[in-house]
Design a protein around this ligand. Structure first.
Ligand code: KG4
Ligand code: ZN
Length: 345
């Protein structure tokens, strides 16, 4: 039995969690800063790091209390060390170092994107649902095709084993979540844009506007993505139309459909080319209902998505990823540093 304390402060959520055996969620505390950043229409880095300083210790204390686990029972502290906002990451990493040092616990540094992947390997509290990739007759889940769609990243990966990734493609410009956030702003919708566009799209027609699907035909970019042309296309339409009668529902639905179509189509191509038996989708945009629906309809193999509360940033996924790295003997030194642009592969 391992008990891992996870700490996550890469962006605008201060989070701590305790996970047993990499799967059982004993606590999950997330202090969201969304209200603080809303007036700026996006995350204000300086405000984010200051708020992390204020909330980090109460959040960690609460995570331990809720888990009913004392410091003595913990096996390690796992902390996000990148990618993300440097000032925000520093707060989590320094807190983790101080606590691990003080309590004599090993420290494990986790890539935030790997955390998102492990949001797909957890028991879902109270429902008895184990949200894990299926295992084959030999007890293997690999290779898995993984689509990471967050506010800062869009990557298509093959996962060959715990912690072993091969990158098939990534976005060449904006991340999928970033596109949702930018287009929401163009449409006068609040931050964060993803949930706002999803709600606005409910009343709209997804074929009202024929928005471009980036990089669908270029053979050298089969598994890469591009969303900046789509964003510009929305901007052009918004400029041409009368602001007072802007068809926000139709624009939101058509934009969402374009993003979902590209994500699903490229994932389908990769699933077929590499003959995988299952696909995992993760990251904040994996919370999108239309994406979840289209992925399941279009992919020829089962599609696994985390429960909604584990799609966006949290520390449960960091603790879960930490469990597997801890088991392989991986330990971070006391010189563990943050890396704003840390890569998974
Ligand atoms: O993974 P995440 O919480 O943070 C990063 O690591 O970036 O992802 C945040 C992103 C934001 O861009 C947000 O707009 C998007 O996920 N998002 C959504 C939805 N919920 C969150 N995008 C589309 N539909 C949603 N329902
Ligand atoms: Zn994230």
């Amino acid at each position: 039995m391992t008990y891992i304390l996870g700490i996550e402060t890469s962006c605008d959520e201060t989070a701590a969690a305790v996970v047993a055996d990499g799967q059982r969620i004993l606590s999950n505390v997330v202090a969201s800063q969304v209200e603080l950043h809303r007036p700026y229409g996006g995350v204000y880095p300086e405000v984010a790091s200051r708020q992390h300083v204020i909330t980090i210790i109460p959040v960690i204390r609460q995570a331990l209390q809720k888990a009913e686990v004392g410091w003595d029972a913990l096996d390690a502290v796992a902390v996000t060390c990148g990618p993300g906002l440097a000032g925000s990451l520093l707060v989590g990493v320094n807190a983790a170092k101080g606590l691990a040092w003080g309590r004599g616990l090993p420290l494990v540094g986790i890539n935030h994107l790997e955390g998102h992947v492990y949001a797909n390997w957890l028991e879902v509290e109270g429902k008895g649902v184990v949200s894990l990739p299926a295992l084959d007759a030999a007890g293997q889940a690999f290779p898995l095709l993984v689509l990471i769609v967050s506010g800062g990243h869009t990557e298509l990966l093959l996962m060959w084993g715990h912690g072993r990734y091969e990158r098939l493609g990534a976005t060449l410009d904006d991340a999928a979540g970033e596109a949702f956030d930018k287009v929401a702003r163009l449409l006068g919708l609040p931050y964060p844009g993803g949930p706002a566009i999803q709600s606005a799209a409910i009343g709209g027609h997804p074929a009202a506007f024929d928005f471009p699907r980036g990089l669908m035909q270029q053979p050298e970019h089969v598994y890469d993505f591009s969303f900046s042309g789509l964003k510009t296309a929305v901007l052009r339409v918004v400029r041409e139309l009368d602001e007072a009668t802007l068809p926000v529902g139709d624009l939101a639905a058509s934009f969402q459909e374009a993003v979902v179509d590209v994500l699903a189509e490229k994932t389908r191509r990769a699933a077929e080319a590499f003959a995988v038996t299952q696909v995992c989708v993760c990251g904040g945009v994996a919370a999108n209902a239309r994406l979840r629906q289209v992925m399941r309809e279009r992919l020829p193999v089962p599609v696994q998505v985390p429960p909604l509360f584990l799609c966006t940033d949290n520390a449960v996924m960091i603790a879960a990823a930490g469990h597997y790295r801890f088991l392989t003997g991986e330990r971070a030194g006391w010189d563990l540093d943050v890396a704003a642009d840390l890569r998974l592969v």
